[in-house]
Design a protein around this ligand. Structure first.
Ligand code: ADP
Ligand code: MG
Length: 447
């Protein structure tokens, strides 16, 4: 990838001036976050961390990522309706991973009772890096797909304006006009509105925010399993949390079960959350699996498979034994991933080797999957963070594409890519997202 800003990166006074403008532009555009010190105070905010300069993204890979998004929407939706596949794929995982097991139990319970929900809304984000291998041309490789609480659709709708202004201040108005427009919040909101419309609510859209605890205390179902909160019927439930064990105590699990049993459109329903697990991702890479899940969609299958990196099962047996031995012999080639979301859970290098050596003969190893490590080519940039000095860093980026779809019964009535997110981090950090304090918001500059 060409480094498009080499001239300005060396001009320290220009960089300093642009950084000051950038921070004010971020405040003005609402690129804001609550602070670590006061995470629950809405009257103490600062700018969300972001790169000073937009990062180069090969336009062919950018287009490829957009082009495969409707295929991924269709795939996730198909998995969520395939009980046999989910059961078979997660069988080994749920024996050792309590959290996935608990989600799976709700899934089974809801199916046994019979689904009351007939309209389905999916909002996901498929994340990629540009793999250069040893020294090849960059290739689009999927890191993972997030099917619950896929974040930053709102903030990233606002970073284009900030980076456009930075480029203008640096005397690059032409380049500023070439940043691709981006408004995921609009696309995602349209999906939610469509689900609401199909649910058939007679009134105007009203949004309420509740915790699982509130649902436990005040939520109820009527005889048709319509969901009520404070006496009002709820058409669509968007989960802002519920993807990590710490989001749940016993009462919160009960609330989740109540919501899942209801007619309301859940985004995502429990099956779609399970479709986003790393174990499912690994099973999808087995030869023949995509073809079975998407019969009659050969071109979609080819587009999807082209984005897969090497993924390996650690299930008990000869295949898993071989995979474990391979990773222990060459840990720097791989990433070891547990069934967790939210960043900071993966193992690399020496940590990977040590953990895998300890559990290589125990069923505990099946709570992980192994993945080839993707190696993007780094580029220099400045990361802007509140209370941090301006510092040049060697950086790598991760591109996410937001997908939104709505299904009524068996008919997909909406299936779209809704926008993108670029996150960038210094190369020394193996893991972690923006919320984890590692990556920062960025804007793609197509080259
Ligand atoms: P999470 O659900 O915690 O977000 P991810 O699979 O997205 O899990 O991994 C977290 C981070 O780890 C990614 O944002 C990326 O920076 C890094 N990462 C994950 N998989 C790979 C990989 N195969 N190669 C290189 N880096 C990876
Ligand atoms: Mg991730």
């Amino acid at each position: 990838m060409a480094a498009p800003w080499e001239d300005v990166l060396r001009d320290r006074p220009a960089i300093q001036e642009a950084a000051a403008v950038a921070v004010d532009a971020a405040l003005l555009q609402g690129v804001l976050m609550r602070t670590e010190g006061q995470p629950n105070a809405s009257d103490v905010v600062n700018f969300a961390p972001f790169t000073l300069l937009p990062s180069a993204v090969p336009s062919a890979l950018f287009e490829q990522a957009y082009a495969v998004q409707q295929d991924f929407n269709m795939l996730v939706d198909a998995i969520s309706q395939n009980k046999e596949f989910l059961e078979h794929t997660l069988a080994s995982t749920i024996k050792v991973d309590d959290f996935t097991a608990r989600l799976f139990r709700i899934y089974t319970q809801v199916l046994e009772e019979g689904l009351a929900q007939s309209v389905f809304l999916g909002i996901n984000r498929s994340d990629y890096m540009f793999d250069c291998g040893v020294d090849g041309p960059p290739a689009l490789k999927q890191i993972e797909i997030n099917t619950i609480a896929a974040s930053f659709g709102g903030l990233t709708s606002r970073t284009v304006a900030v980076h456009g202004q930075v480029l203008k201040v640096l005397g690059k108005p032409q380049e500023a006009s070439r940043l691709p427009p981006n408004n995921p919040s609009r696309g995602l909101a349209l999906g939610i509105a469509k689900a609401w419309e199909l649910y058939g609510s007679p009134r105007n859209i009203r949004v309420i925010r509740k915790r699982f605890r509130d649902v436990f205390e005040k939520g109820s179902l009527d005889e048709a399993r319509r969901l009520y909160m404070d006496g009002q019927e709820v058409a669509v439930v968007y989960y802002r949390e519920g993807y990590v064990p710490s989001n749940y105590d016993e009462q919160n699990w009960e609330a989740r079960l109540l919501l899942e049993r209801s007619r309301a459109v859940k985004c995502p329903d429990i099956a779609t959350q399970l479709a986003g697990t790393k174990k499912v991702q690994q099973e999808l890479s087995r030869p023949g699996t995509l073809e079975r899940l998407l019969p009659g969609h050969a071109e979609a299958v080819t587009r999807i498979r082209a984005t897969f990196a090497g993924l390996y099962s650690l299930d008990m047996g000869a295949e898993g034994d071989k995979v474990a031995a391979m990773a222990i012999a060459d840990p720097d080639r791989f990433v070891l991933k547990p069934q967790r979301e939210g960043g900071g859970n993966n193992l690399y290098g020496e940590d990977l080797r040590q953990v895998l050596e300890k559990i290589r003969d125990s069923p505990q190893r099946t709570s992980y999957i192994l993945m080839d490590k993707i190696k993007p080519r780094p580029a220099m940039n400045y990361l802007l963070r509140a209370h941090s000095p301006l510092q040049e860093s060697e950086c790598i980026s991760e591109l996410g594409i937001f997908g939104v779809y709505v299904r009524r019964g068996s008919e997909l009535v909406l299936n779209k890519a809704a926008g993108h997110l670029l996150r960038t981090k210094a190369v020394e950090h193996a893991d972690g997202g923006v919320a984890a304090g590692v990556a920062v918001l960025d804007t793609p500059y197509l080259v």
